[in-house]
Ligand binder design. Structure first.
Ligand SMILES: NC(=O)c1ccc[n+]([C@@H]2O[C@H](COP(=O)([O-])OP(=O)(O)OC[C@H]3O[C@@H](n4cnc5c(N)ncnc54)[C@H](OP(=O)(O)O)[C@@H]3O)[C@@H](O)[C@H]2O)c1
Length: 249
């Protein structure tokens, strides 16, 4: 497929590499023009792009930048995107550690619903519930061993199925959370969020969970607001997963 990715960081860069390896035509851009992504794109077999070109002649646009930057994306990025193209939002809102406060999210709007409203296009939420290390190092080809699962949500079932195929090609199973309005169930510090679970494990955690949008928000404030303390300053992947499994229930 023809895929454009905005954001060449830990998540966007890794998705680009995996999808290029899987044989897709991948263009990648950040905010600083083609030259800034040239070396990385060459290394992974993608095409360096800028925001003016990245959405032209593609079937899927993956947005993988901090939430605070989404409002500053140029409008013509979406005007140039074909009307049937799929848009994927990999983002998470972290006001405790990274993002400036976004009033609508503070007032309870579901994160990807806010993104969709802002860019005036439907989106699929995916690639946001595993840590960057898990995405880059813990994928596994289907049938070759135990696989971790990624949560996915969105209103267009055809789009969702296509995104699930990409997730499969990246080495992960998919867990369908439901429509976009229900994607609060996969926001930061929700049940099973960034816990490296298999499908069965995640299903069991979700079934036992009493989470609500309000409880998840409170849990995020508690966990992210006290992360150094909770981890004892040990930010190794194993310890972060241990803490996530303890609190994201
Ligand atoms: N890291 C994780 O473990 C993880 C896991 C799941 C989901 N996520 C979510 O995925 C998103 C990306 O996270 P990340 O960890 O990949 O972030 P990151 O490593 O900081 O990379 C962010 C990328 O976005 C680009 N960018 C920033 N502002 C931009 C703009 N206005 N226009 C175009 N590109 C822009 C940056 O490049 P320039 O600044 O150079 O333009 C950079 O390439 C975030 O919403 C994050 O919450 C992260």
């Amino acid at each position: 497929m023809k895929i454009g990715i905005v954001g060449a960081g830990a998540i966007g860069g890794t998705i680009a590499q995996k999808l290029a390896d899987a044989g897709h035509d991948v263009k990648i851009a950040n905010s600083r023009g083609k030259n800034a992504v040239g070396e990385f794109a060459d290394k992974i077999g993608a095409v360096p792009s800028d925001l003016d070109e990245v959405s032209q002649d593609i079937e899927i646009l993956i947005i993988s930048i901090p939430y605070g930057a989404i409002a500053s994306l140029p409008e013509n990025l979406f005007e140039k995107l074909g009307k049937d193209a799929i848009i994927v939002d990999t983002g998470n809102y972290y006001p405790e550690i990274r993002d400036d406060r976004i009033e609508m999210l503070e007032n309870g709007e579901v994160e990807s619903v806010w993104v969709s409203r802002l860019i005036k296009r439907p989106v699929i939420k995916a690639f946001n519930t595993l840590l960057a290390h898990s995405l880059s190092e813990l994928g596994c080809e289907k049938g070759k061993g135990e696989r971790l699962v990624m949560q996915v949500a969105g209103d267009n079932e055809d789009h969702k199925r296509i995104v699930m195929t990409l997730i499969d090609q990246c080495g992960f199973d998919s867990y369908d959370v439901g429509n976009l309005a229900e994607s609060w169930e996969m926001q930061p510090c929700s049940a099973g969020y960034c816990c490296d679970y298999t499908s069965e494990e995640l299903k069991s955690i979700k079934e036992k969970s009493n989470q609500t949008p309000e409880s998840i928000k409170k849990n995020r404030a508690k966990v992210m607001g006290n992360f150094a303390e909770l981890t004892g300053g040990d930010f190794s992947h194993e310890n972060v997963i241990r803490i996530n499994r303890k609190y994201n229930i």
